[in-house]
Write a protein that binds this ligand. Structure first.
Ligand SMILES: Cc1cc2nc3c(=O)[nH]c(=O)nc-3n(C[C@H](O)[C@H](O)[C@H](O)COP(=O)(O)OP(=O)(O)OC[C@H]3O[C@@H](n4cnc5c(N)ncnc54)[C@H](O)[C@@H]3O)c2cc1C
Length: 424
């Protein structure tokens, strides 16, 4: 009999396996798809490495620091702050704590008033009070109890509409994948604290290097790919092939809602998701001049929210001498198909030419990614990612149990493993 069987090789399941094995417990991970990573996957297209949707590792994530070898990932870091397109022209917002030389430029940027910039300092201070482990998304009991939304918190703090619309909304909606900023303010503090404590980074060769590193650290034979689980009952796990495995403990580490398909009592099937579309382009040169910086649309118009050039940030994203440009559009994607994809590419090309000039005409679309299940909507702090074992004796972990983030997924996997180890 297997000691522990983990269903799902996303970051939660992989990190759960890592902690269990470090504690001397035998475990196996069953993954339905053809590679580990879940929502953190990278595809190779014509020598470019395309992450499935733009996402970053925040190096301050405590669970990532505990589990990952950052040097081996050869992380490339974004410059703090962002370049912002505004109705008054391009602007730059930096982090004066890290880039004091850019303080004046930041203060003068047509993105908020000088008062707003002081409020940013106050927000930063609030977000970095306490330890990095405090708060809802980290999986501890937490000290953050705010129930108001991010939008309400920004209003309460007195930010002007100029600051909110030109910088805070495009920046935060690119993280929460929703424009209304209804995400609980606890998440705002968490994210801001992580940005203040570390860098936003990409591994050389793409985000999938993260789950690959976790998987490579497991004992040989731990991970079984192409192994879809159909049912979990009475200490048994039944695969889609009919194969049945008897196990001491079962950890369900599938995405929100997928547990219902396993026949688990109480499993939620109706889960709201944030979706996003991403068009990835091959370009002869970087539209951002080679600077590893985030570009935001603060004009209040158009569809593009974020532009990044991953090949400016980390190695391996584009063939030598070429650039990979990744553009993000918020909102649940449409059904897709050649016609809709073509229309999106045409629309975005016209819009992007307004920001970056005629060279956009030469960009070649490599992929139109429509990601309907990017982030589960987590509306309340709830149990803060504390490990849960159902009456049927099944453990549950994943980002839906903590915060919709790499940190939430990894922390919840580690917390379940720690609880199993504690029980002996
Ligand atoms: C576009 C996008 C942008 C994002 N941006 C960021 C960001 O910038 N920073 C950040 O911190 N986070 C970001 N995230 C969120 C982060 O990627 C996720 O929170 C995290 O990867 C979730 O990990 P997980 O292990 O909980 O779930 P998942 O990654 O969903 O893993 C679940 C796994 O279970 C498997 N599975 C499901 N059913 C079965 C079954 N029946 N049998 C076997 N296996 C099964 C699935 O195939 C999958 O591999 C982003 C996500 C997306 C998609």
């Amino acid at each position: 009999m297997e000691e522990v069987l983990i269903i799902g090789a996303g970051l939660a399941g992989l990190n759960c396996a890592r902690v269990l094995q470090a504690g001397g417990v035998d475990c196996r991970v069953l993954e339905a798809s053809d590679a580990p990573g879940g929502r953190v996957r990278t595809d190779e297209v014509e020598g470019y490495r395309l992450d499935r949707g733009f996402q970053v590792l925040l190096t301050a994530y405590p669970a990532a620091r505990a589990a990952l070898d950052y040097d081996a990932l050869r992380l490339g870091e974004f410059e703090p702050g962002a370049r912002v397109a505004t109705p008054d022209g391009p602007a730059r917002v930096s982090d004066p704590w890290r880039r004091p030389g850019q303080l004046l430029e930041t203060l003068r940027a047509p993105v908020g008033t000088w008062g707003d910039k002081l409020l940013v300092g106050a927000l930063r201070l609030a977000a970095t009070l306490g330890t990095a482990e405090d708060g809802w998304p980290q999986g501890s009991a937490g000290t953050r109890t705010e129930t108001r939304s991010t939008a309400e918190e920004l209003m309460r703090r007195g930010f002007t509409p100029l600051m909110r619309e030109r910088f805070l909304r495009p920046w935060l909606s690119g993280i929460f994948l929703e424009r209304e900023l209804v995400t609980p303010a606890a998440m705002l503090f968490f994210v801001y604290g992580m940005f203040a404590r570390g860098a936003a980074a990409l591994p050389a060769g793409g985000m999938q290097r993260i789950p690959e590193q976790l998987a490579a650290g497991l004992r040989p034979g731990t991970l079984r790919l192409g192994a879809a689980v159909r049912e979990v009952r009475d200490g048994q796990v039944v695969l889609s092939t009919g194969e049945t495995l008897r196990v001491r403990e079962v950890v369900v580490a599938v995405e929100a809602g997928a547990e219902a398909a396993l026949g688990l009592a109480g499993g939620r099937s109706e889960v709201a998701w944030r979706g996003v579309s991403c068009v990835q382009w091959a370009a002869e040169r970087s539209p951002l001049g080679g600077e590893p910086v985030l570009w935001l649309n603060g004009t209040g118009r158009g569809r593009v929210n974020t532009v990044v050039v991953p090949s400016d940030v980390a190695d391996g994203y584009a063939p030598e001498g070429k650039a990979l440009v990744s553009t993000t559009v918020l909102g649940q994607p449409g059904p897709g198909g050649a016609q809709e994809d073509g229309a999106l590419v045409t629309d975005l090309r016209a819009e992007l030419a307004g920001y970056f000039g005629a060279e956009v005409g030469g960009w070649r679309p490599l992929a139109v990614q429509r990601i309907r299940r990017a982030l589960p909507v987590v509306t309340a702090p709830g149990r803060g990612g504390m490990p849960e074992r159902s009456a049927a004796g099944v453990w549950r972990c994943g980002d839906c149990m903590a915060s919709a983030s790499i940190q939430g997924a990894m922390a919840s996997g580690a917390a379940v493993a720690a609880e199993i180890l504690k029980r002996g």
